[in-house]
Design a protein around this ligand. Structure first.
Ligand SMILES: NCc1[nH]cc(CCC(=O)O)c1CC(=O)O
Length: 316
């Protein structure tokens, strides 16, 4: 993209203001600057406070509503005060407004969760009755599935806050995404990495998404230059899986698609919050069928779990 004035702002990114969100926005800016051979300062970064940032005193699944980390950023996008948004895919709701889409995903970071504790070297190592602090319903349910004798409580705040709370003893252990730690240079805080076959990550974990207005041809061409085709395929399978299961943002769901040339494999899971009831499935197929494969896996789980399983979470 050329401009006669070498100081013109070419585009304005909207992002949350947390250190992780800012690291992600800077990564997007740097990749765009390299791809288009422009100075990074010609891409502006505007931070926007979201409902998820404002509400700190209770678990967000109690607040209800979808996309609490993306809502205000999306509003700025629709109003035209930013040109595109940078999100953690994991935080992007299943359904977007008609006028926006996700035209590009960055090459995926590590998808795995990590176990962090000052007292124990692994989840297995924690004494009975120990507390794992995490606001994620999926992580709570998975912990209880693997260790029914542990307790879970909600631990909120950004990555640094949660690490501080663990050091201060608010819980004996926590779980975080390795991708976030890597982006913050905090990977040495991880006590142990949890492999995906025993601990399935959230849909979209580790993938940075760009959201823009569908009809903004200039911006869409600009951001697609840094889009990663493999991550897009994986996210297509994972998000179509989510779309057919996510009747309530309270249902703990895990899903992970890997891409290998023309082939993909997918694993998906739904689990009750107490970890006692779970349904898991896997699929292998052609890369071109990613969305259908994710949807098919979701249909199977819906059928096996029965509609009663989903009413466990409704309106509670
Ligand atoms: N909900 C917060 C959130 N959203 C995305 C990440 C990690 C980064 C990623 O998945 O790309 C995190 C923190 C965490 O789960 O540890």
């Amino acid at each position: 993209m050329q401009s006669s004035d070498e100081t013109d702002i070419l585009a304005t990114i909207g992002t949350r203001g947390s250190p992780l969100a800012l690291a992600q926005a800077h990564e997007v800016r740097d990749r765009l600057a390299r791809a288009h051979q422009v100075a990074p300062k010609r891409i502006a970064i505007k931070t926007i406070r979201t409902s998820g940032d404002a509400i700190q005193d209770r678990p967000l699944f109690d607040v209800g509503g979808k996309g609490l980390f993306t809502k205000e950023i999306e509003e700025a996008l629709l109003a035209g005060t930013i040109d595109f948004a940078v999100h953690s895919s994991k935080d992007v709701p299943t359904f977007l407004p008609d006028a926006t889409w996700l035209p590009a995903f960055l090459p995926r970071e590590d998808v795995r969760d990590v176990f962090i504790s000052p007292h124990a070297s692994s989840l297995n190592d924690l004494p009975a009755g120990a507390t794992v602090g995490t606001a994620s319903l999926r992580r709570q349910a998975m912990v209880l599935k693997l260790r029914p004798d542990l307790k879970v409580n909600s631990l909120r705040g950004n990555v640094e806050t949660r690490l501080r709370k663990i050091t201060a003893g608010e819980a004996d252990a926590t779980l975080l995404a390795l991708a976030g730690l890597n982006r913050l240079g905090l990977q040495d805080k991880a006590t142990r990495i949890l492999e995906t076959d025993e601990f399935l990550p959230a849909v979209g974990q580790g993938a940075i998404a760009i959201e823009s207005r569908r009809d903004d041809d200039r911006i869409n061409a600009f951001v697609k230059a840094i889009g990663d085709p493999e991550t897009e395929v994986a996210l297509s399978a994972e998000r179509s899986f989510l779309a057919l299961l996510d009747g309530s943002c309270r249902t703990p769901i895990g899903g992970h698609c890997r891409v290998n040339g023309d082939r993909i494999d997918f694993r998906g899971l739904i689990i009750s919050p107490d970890g006692t009831e779970f349904y898991e499935t896997s699929r292998e197929g052609a890369r071109a069928d990613a969305a259908a494969l994710g949807a098919d896996a979701a249909h199977e789980l819906r059928e096996r779990a029965g509609e009663k399983f989903f009413t466990l979470f409704a309106g509670a």
